[in-house]
Design a protein around this ligand. Sequence first.
Ligand code: GLU
Length: 257
Amino acid sequence: MRIVIKVGTSTLAHPGGLLNIKRVEQLCKVISDLKNSGHDIVLVSSGAIGMGVGKLRLKEKPADITAKQAAAAVGQCELMYTYDKLFSEYSHTVAQILITGADFENKERYTNFVNTINKLLEFSALPVINENDTVATEEIKVGDNDTISAMVAVSVNADLLILLSDIDGLFTADPHVDPNASLISVVSEIDDKIISLAGGRFSSLGTGGMITKLKAAQICTSSGCDMVIANGKNPDNLYGITEGKSIGTRFIKKQVD
Ligand code: GLU
């Protein structure tokens, strides 16, 4: 299978922004194993801003764009250094790709982007994608990696997109406030009722929320790719998800001709 895995900042870092070493080590180990078993994997990784905040010892994620961009410049290095080191332990080679929304709109740049990912997969390397936050101004940015990962999944004809987040999946109500909220394991149609369940919860370091995840599901499923939202706190779940087990919430692809 060709699988795009997106990891959110909340999965990679502790609340203060410093690396969650145990989690990231597990994640790199499982992804390496999935690659060894024959899957093509593309990783879309957030965490640049969050880890920059941690490394610069800022008290919180800054509100102003320039400080966020500076934090991203620091954190992106840290992120790739960590991936390079950990994936190397399992003999896998990482490749960094930074993009903006404008790159998806420019035909030539988009073609280069897709060709490069395909070539990297042919070379058995692991593309690690993030938004180029340092140059991504309001007008040209996509803004969240949920949407970017769906656009990537469609670009490379992925079979499956897995969004690892700090929540188990889509619930019938906000599980942080409603004890009766239950997990929805399969969504075969993203209708108004499903969209109304998105709520508005944001983690302190990350960017997206359930809304951006549903937007990602719409992009994916309408292009013939399944999408799963699952909790990133247990990276071993990636095994079950790729085997089609019921973990998190699975959005079923629409039949495309
Ligand atoms: N590109 C941002 C970062 O690396 C994350 C965006 C997101 O969390 O969706 O910090």
